[in-house]
Design a protein around this ligand. Structure first.
Ligand code: ADP
Ligand code: MG
Length: 588
């Protein structure tokens, strides 16, 4: 059986048919809560699990949705379908404002900020006279559909689970798309994504807004299901509990959100009846148990409980359906011999250290230029100055006749400069093909809505056709369905070159592509680079290994202690006593 094709519809039918079975009302109510929790938790899978942005404040967005629904229905008699829309819109606005302020923060500042705004929203809600302060609002009407009230039991169950499953489908679709891959690229630092032309800030905001929208939808359902709202379910405690559900279930997996919500709700209920009996007094003792369980989960199953379930399910396999896909657009390439890159007296100082001391060189179309030198010579720093990762202390960089000095790397990438990294940067849990497809980001246009509605499939086929073609170009097409993290270092480096090629570059920059490779792999890499040169590509090759660049390059720039020792043909460089001295460390 094809799980991907039939598994989900079967699960949907099963879940939606449940209330027709003789299941006690108690369990239907439990499942209602689980559905509501899972929707919020799904947002955290996207935000925390996939994008790597931890939020303790999601409960506040649930509150925004719930209070909007309750207030507008009770005070203004508005239709719930209208209040759903208004609540979501309000959450989007709040998320955009909070995101704009906080999402540029790094490290632990961001989670702290989520605590801060979580508390702010909670206390704002709690202190508003018109929202009933700590008593909240009573008498929210149930949702009616075609004139019949859905009530608070089996009727609303169907509605909750339609929303929950639709949300799961939306997130699943999103993750397998152009914006989804961009979001998946956020977790391991932003340098690689930016080098592929992705605005990482933009996608952080998108993930944040989507998580807020899901929380808000859950709040809307919650208000009509509970028929009353008060501030307590929207506080920091609950925000932590949502995060706990996501982590418990498996914060990187869509279905982990459901598993975490289910386990938490059921265990919480059992503990609430069991613990007071054991201890003799009543109180929120389950929180203590959850705290201990969380520590155990983080230690022994950091990927959550879903790993235990997921391993029994067949791994999703991409069907190769792009055989006849249309080609992606190509950029204008420089003519052979045209000046592509002009580096003029670039300089970088780190405090008192001059890492790059007024280095100049040029690259013409079709050339392979080597930049070599001992470790610490300033090669990577020069490379990062050219590609916009580091800002220049002084100097000029012109690319195809225009200055790119001071531009961020993603805008330089847009002009046709593409690179690899000295330490491979990839998304290990994505396939080789998907990693390479990341390179085609700027050649495609589909956005979040298109991805969720699956209106991006034609473009996706073109993109995957291109990614496969680039893998073929470097002789790796057979490995395209493997997980990138499972590859050895050699193939990983080649994959990075395929990803860079997928951008359709006018200039390719490689930072120590041969480092850590075995002799055979180095030869294979040299063959690939020779072939790329034959195809007319211009390449800047930063290398430590002198032998590797000798047979490949047209010209070589040698650096030592940040300065240029010599520039010349491989023969001239090889014959130079200064270079030999620099490499052997002898006096000259
Ligand atoms: P290479 O790539 O040739 O081995 P690098 O460009 O990485 O050399 O480093 C050149 C010099 O600049 C080294 O002395 C290194 O310690 C220093 N350096 C590199 N990056 C930084 C940084 N971010 N802050 C301070 N010093 C740095
Ligand atoms: Mg280096």
């Amino acid at each position: 059986m094809n799980w991907q094709k039939f598994g989900f519809p079967v699960f949907v039918l099963l879940m939606l048919a449940l209330p027709a079975l003789p299941i006690p009302d108690f369990w239907i109510t439990q499942l209602n809560y689980i559905g509501l929790y899972a929707i919020v938790s799904l947002g955290l899978v996207l935000l925390t699990g996939v994008a790597g942005l931890t939020s303790f404040g999601q409960a506040a967005f649930v509150g925004v949705g719930a209070y909007t629904a309750a207030f507008l229905a009770i005070k203004l008699g508005m239709s719930p379908w209208l209040t759903l829309f208004i609540g979501v819109a309000l959450s989007v606005v709040v998320a955009l404002v909070l995101g704009a302020i906080t999402l540029r923060m790094s490290g632990h500042y961001l989670p702290l900020a989520t605590i801060a705004w979580g508390l702010t929203i909670y206390y704002t809600i709690s202190n508003m006279e018109f929202l009933g302060k700590y008593d909240g609002l009573l008498g929210v009407p149930p949702i009616a559909l075609f004139g019949t009230s859905l009530g608070s039991g089996r009727g609303v169950y169907v509605l909750i689970w339609i929303f929950a499953l639709a949300s799961a489908l939306a997130v699943t679709r999103l993750l397998d798309s152009r914006p989804g891959r961009a979001i998946r690229a956020l977790k391991n630092g932003t340098t690689m994504a930016e080098a592929m032309g992705i605005s990482t800030f933009r996608y952080k905001v998108i993930a944040f807004v989507l998580a807020a929208v899901l929380a808000s939808i859950s709040g809307w359902l919650f208000a009509h299901f509970q028929r009353t709202v008060n501030p307590s379910p929207f506080g920091l405690n609950k925000g932590i509990e949502y995060l706990f559900m996501a982590v418990l279930g498996g914060v990187g997996h869509v279905w982990g959100a459901f598993l975490g919500a289910g386990v938490l709700k059921i265990v919480e209920d059992q503990l609430q009846t069991l613990l007071p009996k054991l201890i003799g007094t009543s109180g929120n003792f389950e929180i203590i148990v959850f705290g201990l369980v969380l520590i155990a989960v983080l230690k022994y199953a950091p990927d959550g409980l879903w790993t235990f379930v997921g391993k029994w399910l067949p791994a999703p396999k991409r069907v190769r359906d792009w055989g006849d896909a249309a080609k992606l657009p190509l950029r204008d390439k420089p003519k052979p011999g045209e000046l592509v890159l002009e580096v003029d007296k670039v300089r970088k100082e780190f405090g008192g250290l001059v890492a790059v001391n007024d280095i100049s060189f040029q690259i013409r179309a079709g050339d392979i230029v080597g930049l070599i030198g001992p470790n610490g010579a300033g090669k990577s720093t020069t490379f990062n100055l050219v590609t916009g990762v580091l800002s220049l202390t002084s100097g000029k960089v012109n690319f195809r006749g225009q200055s790119v000095a001071g531009l961020p790397s993603r805008l330089i990438a847009r002009r046709g400069m593409s690179r690899t990294f000295q330490h491979v940067k990839m998304i290990p849990e994505m396939t080789v093909l998907e990693n390479v497809a990341l390179g085609g980001y700027l050649r495609t246009t589909s956005g979040t809505l298109k991805a969720i509605l699956r209106l991006d499939r034609k473009e996706e086929r073109s993109l995957f056709a291109e990614a496969e073609a680039q893998l073929q170009r470097i002789g790796m097409a057979e490995q395209m369905h493997e997980l990138a993290g499972n590859l050895a270092l050699g193939p990983q480096r080649l994959m990075e070159i395929a990803r860079a090629l997928c951008t359709d570059p006018a200039l390719l920059l490689l930072d120590e592509p041969a480092a850590g490779l075995r002799h055979k792999e180095k030869q294979a890499l040299a063959d690939v680079l020779r072939q790329l040169k034959r195809e007319g590509l211009s390449i800047l090759l930063v290398e430590h290994d002198m032998d590797f660049v000798m047979g490949l390059t047209d010209r070589i720039v040698v650096m030592e202690f940040g300065t240029r020792l010599i520039e010349g043909t491989p023969d001239e460089v090889q014959a130079s006593p200064v270079v030999r001295a620099a490499y052997l460390g002898t006096e000259h």
